[in-house]
Write a protein that binds this ligand. Structure first.
Ligand SMILES: *Cc1c(COP(=O)(O)O)cnc(C)c1O
Length: 223
């Protein structure tokens, strides 16, 4: 088995059954993704629109492409035909554009709302107030081509795991607070919490993550 496939298998073996692995393949060549794919794993995460589109063209069609990077509204149209899940919806405006492009493609696009949990201002995401405004908005029920599946968050880049853990706890709390309301609003599958990367995924799972996004522990550092 290839090294990247071996790394993927080792992580999968440690994940609880209810946790999904998104293999984050940004800046890595398609040949490496193919090695992971051939070992049986089909869920990949990409950060850049053009890169995802190019890889999707040459790789097998049953790959589940997860978009995890910052997404500009004017680029949604390029990924709308191929994306399986967008983790990084950070504004209502973006959500409406995703709905529009999903409609054009006659499909429903699953989305997570990205919440700002880190101390740094560099990491994007909405605050709780924006989340609650989306929920209360009259326009939400008109967005029939998106399916809200839950929340996503990124912790502060720090060695202090008590900070990271507290941030994951805060995301879990926000999720628990709003889950029922989103489900009542018609999003029955509002069940996911996407949190945890190579350095902190074990803590994320302890704090309730259902999706971990792991790049360097599978594909090696990005230089
Ligand atoms: C790059 C990236 C990851 C993966 O990071 P690693 O530390 O390499 O596992 C996860 N989530 C997001 C949003 C990323 O941009």
């Amino acid at each position: 088995m290839s090294e990247v496939a071996e790394n993927t298998r080792k992580i999968l073996n440690q994940l609880p059954e209810n946790v999904t692995l998104v293999a984050v393949s940004k800046l890595k060549p398609a040949t490496l993704l193919k090695e992971v794919y051939d070992s049986g794993h089909k869920i990949f995460g990409e950060n850049y629109v053009q890169e995802m589109v190019e890889k999707a063209e040459i790789l097998p069609k049953d790959i589940e492409w997860n978009f995890i990077g910052h997404l500009q509204s004017n680029k949604v149209k390029y990924i709308a035909p191929i994306v399986s899940l967008i983790h990084s919806v950070d504004s209502f405006k973006l959500l409406k554009e995703i709905n529009k492009q999903a409609l054009k493609n006659q499909r429903i696009i699953p989305c997570l709302l990205q919440i700002h949990i880190a101390q740094e201002d560099t990491k994007t995401g909405m605050d709780e107030e924006e989340l609650s405004e989306i929920l209360k908005s009259n326009e939400l029920k008109d967005l029939k081509n998106i399916d809200l599946r839950g929340l996503m968050g990124m912790s502060t880049f720090t060695d202090d795991m008590s900070v990271v853990r507290a941030e994951f706890k805060s995301l879990k709390n926000i999720f628990e607070k709003y889950k029922d309301e989103f489900q009542k609003a018609g999003f029955e599958h509002f069940t996911e919490i996407s949190m945890g990367m190579s350095g902190d995924w074990k803590i994320a799972i302890e704090e309730g993550s259902t999706m971990v996004r792991i790049g360097s522990s599978i594909f090696g550092s990005r230089g």
